[in-house]
Design a binder for this molecule. Structure first.
Ligand code: ZN
Length: 342
C-alpha cells in the first residue's frame, strides 16, 4: 500500500511539474509575438495615406466603415509683399516659431514678374507665368485657361473659400469654383477679423490674402519701421487665428501653408532680385515635419502640394511639384524652373 501511495505521489509531482514548466513559456511568447507586428503598422499608414496615386485601388477596397481622409482642411495664407527676410523672431516671432517647428523652405521664390496678380495665379494654378499668361496686374474680365486649385478641389466636392483684399485676385478662378468669396479693403486686421468668422464654416480649402506688407511697402518703403511694425502686428493676429484653428482638432487634420507673392525693394517690386523674388514657404500642422527644405521651392509648387495632400488628382498640365519632403514622404521631385522672361 505504502509503495503504491509513494508511486502515486511521485507521479502526481511529475505530472504537476510537467504542467507547470511549459506554462510560463506559453505566457511570455504570445505577447512578444503580438507586439512586433503592432509596432510596424503604426509608422506605415501615415506614409501610405500621403500617396494620392493609389487612391483608385484604395477606393475599390473602401468600405463604409473606413476612416475619413487624414487631411480635412487646408488654409493657405499669402502675405502680400512679405519677403522671406522678414520672417525672423524679432519681426514675426509667431511665424518664425512655426517655421522652426514645421517644414520651412530655405529658398522659396516667386516667378517673374514678381508682382501680385501673376504671382498669385502661379501660386494657385501650379503654372509658371509664361504658361498661364497672366502678365498684367489689374482688374480685367476673364479667367486664366488653367486648372486652378479651386477648380480641382471644387470638382472633387470640397468646400472652398477665398478671402482677399484686392478685387483683381478674383481673376484667379471662376466664381463657380468658390463656395464662399469675401473681399475686405481695410488692411490686415479687417481680413483677419473676417477669417476668424469664416473658419466656423465646415471648409476644406481656405485661401487668405493679407495686403498690409505691400500697402506699407509702397507708401512707407520696404524694410521701413512702419512696414516692420505692420508685420509684427499681423503676426500677433496670425497667432490668434492659428490658436482658434488648433482648437478644432489640434491641427491634426488641418494643414497651414504660409507664403507670399513677392518681397520688395525701396518702394516697389517686380524685378528679378532676391529682395523681390525670395518669399517664405512654411507648412505647419497635419503631417508637416519639423524640417528644413533644402531643395528650392517655387510658388508654382504650392497648388500641387495642397492638391496632393488633400488626395486630389494632379492635372498633368501643372508644372509645379508637391513638396513631398515637407511631409516625410520619400517621393522625389524635380525643381520647378520658370524661365520668363528670357
Ligand atoms: Zn503683391
Amino acid at each position: 500500500m505504502f509503495r503504491k501511495a509513494l508511486i502515486l505521489a511521485i507521479s502526481l509531482v511529475l505530472i504537476l511539474s510537467a504542467c507547470l514548466v511549459p506554462t510560463p513559456v506559453s505566457i511570455t511568447l504570445p505577447p512578444a509575438a503580438t507586439l512586433a507586428p503592432t509596432a510596424t503598422p503604426v509608422s506605415i499608414p501615415p506614409t501610405q495615406a500621403l500617396e494620392p496615386s493609389p487612391s483608385t485601388d484604395m477606393a475599390q477596397e473602401a468600405t463604409p466603415t473606413d476612416p475619413p481622409p487624414a487631411l480635412k482642411r487646408v488654409v493657405l495664407i499669402s502675405m502680400d509683399g512679405l519677403g522671406a527676410r522678414f520672417v525672423t523672431p524679432e519681426i514675426m516671432p509667431f511665424l518664425a516659431s512655426l517655421a522652426e517647428a514645421g517644414a520651412s523652405a530655405r529658398q522659396a521664390s516667386t516667378n517673374m514678374p514678381s508682382v501680385t496678380l501673376p504671382s498669385h495665379v502661379s501660386m494657385l494654378t501650379g503654372l509658371c507665368t509664361e504658361t498661364h499668361g497672366v502678365t498684367w496686374n489689374d482688374d480685367r474680365p476673364g479667367y486664366p485657361e488653367a486648372e486652378d486649385l479651386f477648380e480641382v478641389a471644387h470638382n472633387a466636392g470640397l468646400y472652398t473659400m477665398m478671402l482677399v483684399a484686392k478685387s483683381k485676385l478674383k481673376q484667379i478662378t471662376e466664381p463657380a469654383n468658390v463656395d464662399r468669396q469675401e473681399i475686405r479693403y481695410h488692411g490686415d486686421p479687417s481680413v483677419m477679423e473676417a477669417a476668424m468668422e469664416m473658419i466656423n464654416e465646415d471648409f476644406n480649402l481656405f485661401f487668405i490674402h493679407l495686403p498690409g506688407g505691400d500697402d506699407y511697402g509702397h507708401t512707407q518703403g520696404w524694410d521701413s519701421p512702419a512696414q516692420l511694425e505692420n508685420f509684427t502686428a499681423t503676426d500677433a493676429l496670425l497667432k490668434t487665428f492659428v490658436e482658434a484653428l488648433a482648437a478644432k482638432d489640434g491641427l491634426k487634420e488641418t494643414l497651414l501653408i504660409f507664403t507670399a507673392d513677392h518681397g520688395g525693394t525701396r518702394y516697389n517690386h517686380g524685378n528679378n532680385v532676391p529682395e523681390d523674388m525670395l518669399i517664405p514657404w512654411i507648412a505647419y500642422g497635419w503631417q508637416a515635419q519639423k524640417f528644413q527644405i533644402e531643395m528650392p521651392v517655387s510658388t508654382a509648387d504650392t497648388t500641387p502640394t495642397i492638391a496632393w495632400a488633400l488626395g486630389l488628382p494632379l492635372p498633368a498640365s501643372w508644372e509645379g511639384s508637391p513638396i513631398y519632403e515637407a511631409f516625410g514622404s520619400s517621393e522625389t521631385r524635380q525643381v520647378t524652373e520658370c524661365t520668363w522672361p528670357n
